[in-house]
Structures are given as structure tokens and as C-alpha cells.
Design a protein around this ligand. Structure first.
Ligand SMILES: *Cc1c(COP(=O)(O)O)cnc(C)c1O
Length: 377
């Protein structure tokens, strides 16, 4: 059996260790410290956003974003339907009720037309959570305009899209509150971690306060509000500072992987790569493909099985949230006829291809060869 090929595994360099060593040498292992301050400052500068709070996970950032948005129990929150559950779970942490919004076909993200329809049904809705799937920016101009028109707060889940741009502007800066993630398989990783981003300094300060157990400035432990233990450690932040130095390089390698697949499959009309908008530059976190059932009987499960048999990791497209048992009682807004939602179709037809930036040309040839073989005759 050939060498193991991963979907997306961590790629470390040398600087991470230097930042960690500095933390050890000064015994500033915890709590917080110079790496946390530095990582927040450097990431905010990279993205062009005012302020950042380094946290234990992207999910923690999304939770504090929902809290900052003031979502109250029972209130509707419009959420991307085709995404990882971490985009939408934090709405439930605050007692909100997700209303899932179907995808469009041009970027696979939240369909602005379906979002408008949702506002006609729930005009009282005050918060929208949009994800940029697989590193591909959503129709952010339209989504921002619709949110403004309805006085709703936009939360951008840029966990997968760090370094992707839309009209030249970084994702993770379009929402009032924005989340990024440094989970193990993301474009840069700290092993685990995340950040909340906003131009609103008071909001970021409030998030830091909540994230450190809502401890009031008293000599004793005084708490007026519910707190959380959500802050990032100074060691973890050191890994992040080192990784950030390589973010652009990681993105360039991800793009090359996407282009290699695209070129290789260009003679197979049954295969399409995940699309993106002309006004956007994705970070190509994961390359994905779909199979047109009108042109080929090959199923994504067959492709995943053929790759797995050769020790190659791939995975299904995220299963839409409106199809998840845990959210069975939530509403779903789609412009499609019953049972023909765009997200459900992408889930049925697609898969995520190995997108590890350590893949060699030979690895890519192996993967492509296995897939193309299934489409012969
Ligand atoms: C990874 C991810 C998250 C959660 O980030 P964690 O750091 O793993 O908590 C949220 N949303 C999306 C879309 C993700 O892919």
C-alpha cells in the first residue's frame, strides 16, 4: 500500500518553536503573555481589522460573537445551512433558534435570495451567521446589504477562509463580529485555537472579559456575569505567530493543488470543481469536486472508497444542517422545490479531495490517477 496521503494535516516550520522557546525561557507558559498579545496584534494587522481576541477555539469565538450580538432565548438566527456544525451550535448555547438558509450554486454559500425570503418570513430576525465554505467567500456584498437593510448583525464565520479575499478585502472582516479557527486541519494551525475579530474595541474587551471567567476588578473573586474559560495560552499563541509567517505560502500551495485538480479533470465533463466568484480569491483550503449524475454513474462514496483502499484520505461534503437530527425541529428556507435544496444536492454529489500542502507532484498524480480510472469507459 502506498504512502498515507492526508486530507489536510498540520505543516510546521521552525519559527513556531522559537516563539514557544521564548515563552519557556521567560516561564511565561500561562496565563496569556507576550505571544498572545503579539498574535492578536499581528493577526489583526494581517487582516486589516481593528481588534482581535485569541481564544481556545473558533467555536468559542463564534459563541462570544452570538453573545455580543445579543441573541436571546427563542429568537431566530439565520444561519448557513451547508457548513460544519460549529458554525451554528453557538446559537443554541445562547438559546437562539437557527433558521437554516440554503446555498447558491456559484460559491456554495448562503444564497442572498433565500436570505431575503427568510427576512420576509421572520422580519424580527436580528442576527445572521454566514460561513465561507472550504475557503470560498460567500456573496458578501449582497449579504451585508441585506443585513443592513433589516438592521441585523452579521457574524462572519471565516474559520475555513483565513487569507481569502472578496473584492480584495480579507474575509473575517465583513461581519460586525468575525471568527477564525486554528484547528488542526485548517490552513494554519496552533493544534487548536481561534480568534474573535471586530472593529469594535469595546466588544473585543467584553469578549476577553467573558473569556476569563467574567472576573470583576476586585481584590477577591467577584462575578456579576456568567463567565467562560475561553482564552488562548501563551504557548499556543507562539505556534500561531510562527504559522502566521507562512500563511501566504500555505495559501499559494493550496491554490496550486486546486489548479492541479482542475487541469487534470478538465477533460471529464462529469466532474466539476467547487466554484468561486470572480470578485473573490479563495484560500482553497479544501479542493472539492462534484459528479454530474446525468453524465456519470460514479458516486462520491465510490471515489472515497477507491482512495481509502490506496491509503488516501478524503471526506464527504458537510451534511446540511437542516438534515441533521439534532436540528430536526428547525426551519429551513430554500428557493428550490421540496427535497431539492442546493446544499442537499451538493452533499449527494460531492466530496473533499486530499488538499494537504505537503502533497508532492507524485502524490497528486496518484490521487488523480485513481479518480480518473473510475471514470474510464
Ligand atoms: C473548524 C470550523 C469551526 C470551528 O473551529 P474550532 O476551532 O474547531 O472550534 C467553525 N466553523 C467552521 C466552518 C469550521 O470549519
Amino acid at each position: 500500500m502506498g504512502k498515507r496521503i492526508f486530507l489536510a494535516s498540520p505543516t510546521m516550520h521552525d519559527q513556531e518553536q522559537a516563539f514557544i522557546k521564548e515563552a519557556f525561557d521567560t516561564n511565561w507558559v500561562a496565563p496569556l503573555g507576550a505571544n498572545v498579545d503579539g498574535f492578536e496584534r499581528e493577526m489583526a494587522a494581517y487582516l486589516g481589522v481593528g481588534h482581535a481576541a485569541a481564544l481556545s477555539a473558533g467555536t468559542a469565538a463564534l459563541h462570544l460573537a452570538v453573545k455580543l450580538a445579543g441573541v436571546k432565548p427563542g429568537e431566530p438566527v439565520f444561519c448557513s445551512d451547508l457548513t460544519f456544525s460549529a458554525t451554528v451550535n453557538p446559537v443554541s448555547y445562547e438559546g437562539g433558534r437557527q433558521v437554516f438558509i440554503d446555498s447558491e450554486r456559484e460559491s456554495w454559500n448562503m444564497d442572498p435570495r433565500a436570505l431575503e425570503q427568510a427576512f420576509r418570513k421572520y422580519p424580527q430576525c436580528k442576527c445572521v451567521v454566514v460561513a465561507n465554505l472550504y475557503g470560498t467567500p460567500a456573496k458578501l456584498d449582497e449579504i451585508c446589504a441585506i443585513c443592513d437593510e433589516h438592521g441585523a448583525i452579521l457574524i462572519e464565520d471565516a474559520a475555513e477562509s483565513l487569507s481569502a479575499t472578496y473584492h480584495g478585502r480579507q474575509t473575517g472582516t465583513f461581519g460586525r463580529y468575525n471568527a477564525i479557527s486554528f484547528n488542526g486541519n485548517k490552513i494554519i494551525t496552533t493544534s487548536g485555537g481561534g480568534m474573535l475579530l471586530s472593529d469594535d474595541e469595546a466588544a473585543i474587551q467584553k469578549a476577553r472579559f467573558w473569556a476569563t471567567q467574567s472576573r470583576e476588578p476586585f481584590a477577591w473573586y467577584e462575578h456579576k456575569e456568567l463567565g467562560y474559560n475561553y482564552r488562548m495560552s501563551n504557548i499556543i499563541a507562539g505556534i500561531g505567530r510562527g504559522q502566521l509567517l507562512h500563511l501566504d505560502e500555505h495559501r499559494a500551495r493550496k491554490k496550486k493543488i486546486y489548479e492541479t485538480y482542475q487541469a487534470a479533470f478538465s477533460d471529464l465533463s462529469a466532474i466539476s470543481m467547487n466554484p468561486y466568484l470572480a470578485e473573490s480569491e479563495p484560500n482553497f483550503w479544501l479542493s472539492c469536486m462534484t459528479v454530474d449524475p446525468a453524465q456519470s454513474a460514479v458516486k462520491p462514496a465510490q471515489i472515497m472508497a477507491a482512495l481509502a483502499a490506496e491509503n488516501i484520505e478524503s471526506r464527504p461534503i458537510w451534511k446540511p444542517m437542516h438534515l441533521q437530527p439534532v436540528f430536526a425541529d428547525r426551519d429551513f428556507v430554500t428557493l428550490q422545490p421540496d427535497g431539492h435544496a442546493v446544499g442537499a444536492e451538493l452533499f449527494a454529489r460531492g466530496l473533499c479531495l486530499p488538499s494537504d500542502i505537503k502533497n508532492t507532484d507524485a502524490d497528486m498524480e496518484r490521487i488523480i490517477g485513481i479518480i480518473k480510472n473510475l471514470f474510464k469507459a
